[in-house]
Design a protein around this ligand. Structure first.
Ligand SMILES: [Zn+2]
Length: 259
């Protein structure tokens, strides 16, 4: 694989966006404001711009606050690197097309949702709402450019509807059999966003893959953390499946299913 200047630009953009996503990941579950300069969570020391360079600052400071020397969460370099790498692979897949910004926004939303759900077992409404609005705006804009606004809106609504439909069907099935609710409200809303972005067909296949991955992730986490894990977060499994489906075409799935 050869990297050119645009690849490096996209990767660095991903690191910078990842820095912002970290702020969302850490502040949204605590219902703090997103804007405003970041400070050390332990001593409140305001982080200067030269200590805020993605990944490098964390490495340079040895993962410690410059002022109080308390450790800084590994979430910071992790979120930045993850976003940088995902931006790069999304760009490699899509190339420089009009749909690229939407794919990058969708990727960013997935990063925030999967990390927050993994850590707190919640999917904040505000993140999903921002995702749905931005993807919708992108679809309408692309529709205007390509002269097929109605097609874009229809694929958005039908994809989202099928996404909600398939999880509702399984929710009811699970409830009839066990009299327990198998999914959280956040999972329903997330399925709308995934269906709206990926389309109806991928939403259906994605749901089955996520159910399978969810069980595997649950068993892995349970073996690592023993008794701490008692419910599996379906959100990260949905996001992981969605990452996979960004890169796979519907025709490839059909061929795979046909063997
Ligand atoms: Zn500090």
């Amino acid at each position: 694989m050869i990297f050119y200047l645009p690849d490096i630009f996209i990767f660095v953009l991903g690191l910078a966006i990842g820095s912002f996503l970290n702020v969302c990941i850490l502040r949204i579950p605590e219902e703090k404001k997103i804007e405003g300069r970041s400070g050390c969570p332990k001593c409140g020391y305001e982080i200067k711009f030269y200590d805020n360079i993605p990944v490098f600052s964390w490495l340079f400071l040895g993962g410690k606050c410059r002022n109080c020397k308390n450790p800084i969460s590994k979430i910071y370099p992790f979120g930045e690197l993850l976003t940088g790498i995902l931006f790069l692979v999304v760009y490699q897949k899509y190339g420089l097309v009009l749909r690229l910004p939407e794919a990058l926004v969708f990727t960013s939303i997935l990063v925030v949702v999967s990390v927050i759900d993994f850590r707190h077992k919640i999917i904040p409404n505000v993140v999903l709402l921002v995702g749905v609005v931005l993807v919708f705006v992108s679809r309408v804009s692309l529709g205007v450019v390509n002269g097929n606004v109605l097609d874009e809106i229809l694929s958005f609504v039908i994809g989202g509807g099928i996404g909600i439909g398939i999880i509702t069907f399984h929710f009811l099935l699970f409830w009839i059999v066990t009299r327990k609710s198998g999914f959280g409200m956040g999972d329903f809303k997330l399925m709308f966003l995934l269906g709206a972005f990926l389309g109806a067909f991928k939403a259906i296949i994605l749901f089955f893959l996520a159910s399978f991955l969810g069980v595997i992730l649950f068993l892995i986490f349970k073996s690592i953390e023993k008794e701490k894990v008692n419910q599996f977060a379906f959100g990260p499994a949905l996001c992981l499946s969605a990452y996979i489906f960004i890169f796979i075409e519907s025709s490839e799935i059909v061929n795979f299913l046909k063997f």
